[in-house]
Design a binder for this molecule. Structure first.
Ligand code: 2P0
Length: 329
């Protein structure tokens, strides 16, 4: 490779409706179960990658901070192995939302990085191979390559080639709004990889979590196909609370919530008791994501904003998958 080659990709976060919490292989980042998510039209990462023979080492910047993360550096090694090149890269990646706070920045981040690397090196990976590559960076990133509703397949092969996400339904299949009540924008206490390992090795509830999640996948697939928002919301809330029950049963317990998290959950339950269709889901952080119909979004957003400890409320709808764009990050 003689001339530097570069590409810029944009990807958005996704929120799991049936969660991924457990790995069958940590080195290859293979999930124990499948998961189902909706890719959002907001919470965006924009990443430019340039492979440049003049570079003496990788030069990574994440949100303007030098060095990026060790995971990003390992991911570039992986991509070089795949391409059979030794050239170092300059990476500039920017999130338009808080990084590492349970807002799935690793999902949008590694989806954008995988797509930009594929284009910059001319790898020509097909959609499954690209999703499997993004998975190596972060399990949830495999889903952000796809727009709308996506399902991560856990696969069964030891090398993970069949562990990638597939499209379930386009963004407009089921109109919904995802409101994100940010209750603490700082980085989370325990990262997902460590959190999953601890849960798997110490929670007596983990086998039950795996079993119920496998059941939830079929039910969620059916609910999305039936355009049944009430059932999607109900299943998403139940699945998320079971994931947190499993996290709480770890030793030491993984307790990602704060007082404002609990208050926001109660706000949503009060809305529902009063007849407004709204359902919560929570990831590995204190933010509360609320699913509702577009017609109810203003009511739900107002109620969340009035809650104690809510710093901001972000609003998103189902959006497109990762794509290449002109310009730089
Ligand atoms: C999810 N989460 O399905 C679940 C629910 C958090 C809770 O995927 O270790 O950053 O990089 O594969 O993808 C967050 O975990 O974990 C996540 P790794 P990732 O969205």
């Amino acid at each position: 490779m003689s001339a530097p080659t570069h590409a810029t990709a944009v990807a958005t976060s996704n929120i799991a409706l049936v969660k991924y919490w457990g790995k069958r292989d940590e080195a290859l980042n293979l999930p124990t179960t499948g998961s189902i998510s909706v890719t959002l039209d907001a919470l965006t990462t924009r990443t430019t990658v340039a492979f440049d023979p003049a570079l003496p080492a990788d030069d990574i910047a994440l949100d303007g901070h030098p060095a990026g993360t060790p995971r990003m550096a390992r991911f570039l090694d992986l991509v070089r192995d795949l391409a059979g090149v030794r050239t170092y890269a300059r990476v500039q990646s920017r999130n338009d939302f808080p990084t590492g706070a349970g807002l799935a920045s690793s999902a949008s981040g590694f989806a954008a990085l995988a797509l930009a690397c594929d284009a910059a090196l001319g790898l020509g990976l097909d959609a499954p191979a690209l999703s499997a590559l993004a998975r190596r960076g972060s399990g949830s990133a495999a889903r952000s390559l796809l727009g709308g509703f996506a399902e991560m397949q856990p696969g069964s092969a030891a090398d993970g080639h069949d562990a990638y996400a597939v499209a379930l339904a386009p963004p407009d299949a089921l109109p919904l709004v995802m409101l994100i009540a940010v209750t603490a924008a700082g980085p989370k206490a325990v990262g997902s990889t460590e959190g999953m390992r601890r849960t798997e090795t110490t929670s007596p509830y983990h086998p039950a979590w795996v079993e119920s999640t496998r059941r939830d996948l079929g039910r969620m697939r059916d609910a999305i196909a039936a355009r049944d928002l009430e059932q999607v919301g109900h299943l998403a809330e139940t699945n998320a609370l079971r994931m947190h029950a499993n996290m709480l049963a770890a030793e030491p317990a993984l307790f990602y919530w704060n007082a404002a998290t609990v208050a926001a959950i109660q706000t949503v339950h009060a809305l529902r008791a009063a007849g407004t269709g709204a359902w919560i889901t929570i990831d590995a952080g204190p933010q509360v994501k609320v699913i509702c119909a577009p017609i109810d979004a203003a009511t739900v957003e107002k109620a969340l904003r009035a809650g104690p400890g809510v710093e901001q409320v972000l609003s998103a709808r189902p959006g497109p998958g990762a794509r290449l764009v002109e310009g730089t990050a």
